[in-house]
Design a protein around this ligand. Structure first.
Ligand code: GLP
Length: 259
């Protein structure tokens, strides 16, 4: 596991974007896994800048997002005014700024009428494209990866997951365009890639910033591997793992950064 510590959020975001851009330059038809939340916004901004100013070309890139709230979603072709879906988030924060082809974008379909079938299809699509080359991940306040809440099997696959009270609370604060929704209308379920799914990605790229996450980052990277902190499964990944932290998020690590 490579742990990189940067002075601040901007430098963390730039370092993550550089890793993704290098992959695109080496393998223009690579498969990228994207995450939502406030953490990767800076990385997406930097990728959009590289597209605009340095001709970083996404035309052959394929993408798979980690998760989506169940019951909401969007069709990429329609302009939505009041949509809090992760699809909308991705569109606003990244997709509309780069030249990804619509047919190469995969975000779990929160509007599906057949969630179980959809989840198996999503898994088979990831395989059909040859697996994910780089998966971007943040970490939830309770240590979750994607929407794999505490107690999720570390072998889990893409499925419907109930959200915990803490996640509902945390995520309402970052709910996209939350001014337009009431707290009680927030979806209580989500479709999420499983921990087993994530562990099959070739390169796990976890980014975390802020003092609020310092404790949970230390638990995930240096604590016991446990389904109570599903991101601790990072220690089980058999391939390439890069963790990029800003200084505050790294402040509770001990042995892994040689304190
Ligand atoms: C949500 C997402 C996770 C993300 C987490 C943290 O729960 N499903 O993928 O890591 O939020 O979000 P933030 O980066 O805003 O702290």
């Amino acid at each position: 596991m490579r742990i990189i510590i940067k002075d601040d959020y901007e430098k963390m975001s730039k370092a993550a974007a550089d890793i993704i851009a290098d992959m695109i330059r080496v393998k223009p038809d690579c498969v990228l896994g994207f995450a939502t939340g406030s953490t990767p916004i800076g990385t997406y901004k930097e990728l959009a800048r590289m597209h605009k100013e340095e001709n970083l070309d996404f035309s052959d890139v394929k993408t798979f997002n980690l998760d989506e709230y169940l019951g909401i979603g969007m069709e990429m072709s329609k302009p939505y005014e009041t949509d809090q879906s992760y699809a909308r988030f991705m569109y606003e924060e990244l997709f509309k700024h780069i030249n990804l082809k619509k047919e190469n974008i995969h975000v779990p379909d929160g509007l599906t009428k057949e969630p179980e079938n959809f989840c198996s299809w999503y898994e088979s699509e990831i395989k059909r494209y040859g697996g994910i080359d780089i998966q971007v991940l943040g970490i939830g306040g309770d240590g979750h990866w994607a929407f794999n809440e505490p107690g999720s099997s570390l072998a889990s696959r893409t499925r419907v997951q109930a959200l915990t009270k803490q996640t509902l609370e945390d995520n309402f604060n970052s709910f996209y365009r939350k001014a337009k929704v009431k707290k009680e209308d927030m979806p209580h379920f989500a479709i999420t890639m499983g921990i087993g799914t994530i562990l099959e990605t070739k390169h796990v790229l976890m980014i975390v910033n802020g003092i609020n996450k310092a404790g949970i980052v230390a638990e995930a990277l240096e604590g016991c591997i446990t389904s109570k902190v599903t991101a601790s499964a990072i220690q089980l990944h058999p391939g390439k793992v890069t963790v990029i932290l800003d200084k505050p998020a790294s402040s509770k690590l001990t042995w892994s950064i040689g304190k």
